[in-house]
Design a protein around this ligand. Sequence first.
Ligand code: GDP
Ligand code: ZN
Length: 385
Amino acid sequence: MAKHGKKKTGRKVRVDFRANRNQPGQTIDADRNESVRSKGAASRKRTIIVGDDDAPLVDEALWTSGVVLAVHGLVCRVHAGDVVWDCTIRRKLRTVSIDERSPVIVGDRVWFSKLADAPPGQSAGVIERVDERRSRLSRRDFRGREHVMVANADQLLIVTAVAEPKPKPHLIDRYLIAAHKGELRPIICFSKCDLVAGEVDYDDDDYDGPLLTIAELVEEYRGIGYTCIFASARSGLGLGALRDEMRGHITALSGQSGVGKSSLINALEPGASLRVAEVSDANQKGRHCTTNAQLLPLHFGGFVVDTPGIRQFDLWRLELGELELHFTEFAPLVVQCRFSDCLHVNQEGCAILAAVADGRISPRRHRSYVKMLTELNERATEWGK
Ligand code: GDP
Ligand code: ZN
């Protein structure tokens, strides 16, 4: 279990096989058990994981671990091995979390016990424990309340078409900021590459400087450390590279509608649309709930988050002074500005403006920053901050 997370959520101990059968809440005297680890004894012992939180103990002999693909009310679809299980949630767990609508959310790594008396052909279980979340992807409703939609996502695939629709670099920058803010590793994917050969232009209403070619734009992003992939769902270009980046991760997708996100998923995972649509009887209700997040297992390893709500990111919760830190190429320079509260717009002695002037920072990126800053400032005033 721990190998799946950067952070260890519990420590493994060996216990006598009968010591706590059916008593997952029982405290284990780890020291005592560790000290009697002779060969003969080991065979009668099994591994359990002692949580450092209030979660029940993991018992590998009794429980199976899996990843939650979808949550419909109190029924969760749990992916374990190649089987999808319909699991309910142990009542005890429902009281554990108060900040989310459900104690279990999509992307959670859970431990469940199998129901022996499930109807034929159905795999059913009960979720006994939810592992600590490494990350949360959330959305805010119109009242500003946070709704955690996906747990443990670690990457954001930013999809932008090279044509139809034209790329919007400012939008890419916004997604990059959202990724940084959410601590997701961004990957920029230029899709529909079959449509153009050579030069393409793009939309940038607010930028009055010379337009870059896509190649120059990519060079700019790569230059500041971002992974960029040229792809086409139609020709198959870049699919191998995308698989390599996505393997073993939970990747969320973002990008304007029409840029080819669904087509890419279908190209990466043939039959994906069928699997997304597949809903068991118990879950019929969830079918119409389009804001529900879903996790799609990828045959080459890893998952994709398909969440309409997560495709649009909101910036307004960002603090004004925080924005500069999410522009990776600005961050190391901001300490050199004359004033510590420098906003890098027209301030005297600004190290960012100096870097723009001598070409170390792209004027386009700086422009993008100013646009976001202006927007945040307007919102802050609007919201009476
Ligand atoms: P989404 O809204 O981002 O999920 O985009 P879709 O996958 O639904 O694709 C939008 C449109 O772009 C559809 O008409 C697709 O046929 C088309 N499209 C998607 N990928 C490609 C591609 O690689 N090349 C071309 N030429 N068209 C594509
Ligand atoms: Zn400055």
